[in-house]
Design a protein around this ligand. Structure first.
Ligand code: AMP
Ligand code: FE
Ligand code: FE
Ligand code: ZN
Length: 280
């Protein structure tokens, strides 16, 4: 079984429409795909409708969080999308993204970079705005040659153009997802290229708060970090997952560049009460 539990569509900062993503997943030989757009469930219905036979869809979302000063991403799976408290929290995160996107664009435009909010908003096309949309607008304007270059030069966390979002405290987010019947997995906890990462003591704290798993096999994790995270997960009784974090054409990563073991997948599904995988 090939199980990839972390992907993005055009409903957030990916470049592949959700229906097409399902078709590509099957063509890539996946049996299970997790659909985890940032702070939104907007693609679930389209993806479910387009599900090819033989592919199972695990509906999810990647929630923008912080632990103290450190940005953390929390994968939430199989929660009830209509549970009002968590739904309101996601709406709040999406609103915060729009304000922050404007602020980034304002700072760049004030410095003379040829970028406008209209260009960014039109690329996002209604999706919650992320730095990748700003990066694509910079590529389209000829400021940089690639999204990767935009991040390396202008959008990284130490850039003068970097603006923080208003994120959820990760402990509070774990509880919100749990109350909506979902399970949680700490996304790419040692993705050091993204900025500061948490210390080891945080895994125990999150486990105590009800975290279900840790994303171990992620493209941004070095081999030594994967080995370490596998040990951490096992010692804390957490599920170890793997995934590609596919974003379409803006990243080199392919579907299936990170896989979850069947036993780990089954543990996640068994612990969720807010929903079940959708079978095509
Ligand atoms: P944001 O959610 O707006 O803070 O942007 C974070 C998103 O930017 C991540 O989910 C990735 O999709 C993308 N990202 C982060 N770092 C890089 C990078 N170095 N190159 C390309 N995309 C990146
Ligand atoms: Fe992303
Ligand atoms: Fe992430
Ligand atoms: Zn992601």
């Amino acid at each position: 079984m090939r199980i990839d539990l972390h992907t993005h569509s055009t409903a957030s900062d990916g470049t592949t429409p959700p229906g097409e993503l399902m078709a590509q997943a099957r063509a890539a030989g996946l049996d299970v795909i997790g659909l985890t757009d940032h702070d939104t469930t907007a693609a679930w219905a389209v993806a479910a409708e387009a599900l090819p036979s033989g592919l199972a869809l695990v509906p999810g979302a990647e929630i923008s969080c912080v632990h103290g000063p450190i940005a953390t991403h929390l994968l939430a799976y199989l929660f009830d999308p209509l549970e009002p408290v968590f739904a309101a929290a996601r709406a709040d995160l999406r609103r915060s993204r729009a304000g922050r996107g404007r602020e980034i664009v304002d700072r760049m435009a004030a410095d003379g970079l040829p970028i406008s909010w209209d260009a960014v908003a039109s690329l996002a096309a209604g999706a919650p705005v992320g730095r990748p949309h700003v990066a694509r607008a910079l590529v389209a304007a000829g400021v940089v040659g690639s999204v990767e270059e935009a991040f390396g030069k202008l959008l990284h966390v130490s850039s003068p153009y970097y603006v923080r979002k208003r994120d959820l405290d990760v402990l509070a987010a774990i509880e919100l997802v749990r109350r909506a019947g979902g399970v949680t997995v700490f996304a790419h906890p040692l993705g050091r290229c993204r900025g500061h990462v948490v210390g080891d003591e945080v895994f125990a704290e999150l486990a105590e708060a009800g975290l279900t798993g840790i994303e171990v096999d992620h493209p941004d994790h070095a081999p030594a970090d994967r080995a370490h995270l596998r040990d951490v997960a096992s010692s804390l009784g957490l599920v170890a997952t793997g995934a590609s974090d596919f974003h379409g054409s803006i990243k080199m990563t392919r579907l299936g560049d990170g896989l979850t073991a069947v036993s780990a997948y089954e543990r996640l599904v068994d612990q969720a009460t807010g929903g079940s995988p959708i079978v095509g």
